[in-house]
Ligand binder design. Structure first.
Ligand code: HEM
Length: 180
């Protein structure tokens, strides 16, 4: 699903020839991805690296744009009902992310789902804690937050940091949001 979405994102910001070059550069043999098949994470990381080189942007910038595409195009297109039930406002949606992925876990096997926790800091100001089994995806989450702001018509300002000590160390996003 993620590799399929990545292909869709590249076709949106560029073209088929670029996608073919990305696949070749990533050294992937069979570039037809099926949404319900599971692929090793390494395939996705290789595609991200190759895409950032082909498009001439940093991996972080690529992941951020891809996160936005995921929320605005992929998820509503393939999982519209899950998106609708996850909330009717920006803040409500963020606080339901774990419940949403719990539902997703009933559809996919071996899900290594992330964990999100919302801490209210004040009116229109919150902290989102993100814990994951995977490394390097904070820029993807920033793009997801950008996309959710657009989905709900609010302007968002995101600041990324790390918190916690040793094994509890995790990413945190301070998010101010409000009228567009
Ligand atoms: C209905 C829409 C969505 C579906 C079907 C979905 C599904 C999934 C699936 C299948 C995974 C992979 C788990 C695995 O097997 O390892 C995943 C991971 C993830 N999802 Fe979603 N998701 C959706 C929406 C969102 C939204 C709106 C966010 C916004 C924050 C989000 C954030 C993430 C992140 C950051 C990861 C994980 C990478 C990691 O840290 O391991 N997802 N999601």
């Amino acid at each position: 699903m993620i590799n399929h979405a990545l292909q869709s994102h590249i076709l949106t910001v560029s073209d088929e020839a670029t996608w073919q070059r990305v696949v070749r550069r990533a050294g992937i043999e069979d570039a037809v991805f099926h949404s319900m098949t599971q692929y090793p994470d390494a395939v996705t990381y290789k595609l991200v690296g190759a895409a950032s080189e082909e498009l001439g942007v940093s991996a972080a910038a690529f992941l951020r744009g891809f996160g936005r595409h995921w929320v605005l195009v992929t998820a509503p297109g393939h999982y519209g009902a899950l998106m609708t039930f996850a909330g009717t406002s920006f803040a409500e949606f963020l606080s339901n992310l774990d419940r949403m992925h719990d539902r997703v876990a009933t559809m996919f096997h071996n899900l290594q789902q992330p964990s999100f926790e919302v801490e209210e800091l004040g009116p229109a100001h919150l902290k989102l804690h993100y814990r994951s089994h995977r490394a390097g995806l904070a820029p993807f989450v920033e793009g997801l937050i950008d996309g959710l702001g657009e989905r709900f018509g609010v302007r968002v300002e995101v600041t990324h940091g790390r918190e916690g000590a040793d094994s509890d160390e995790h990413d945190v996003f301070s998010i101010r949001y409000g009228a567009p």
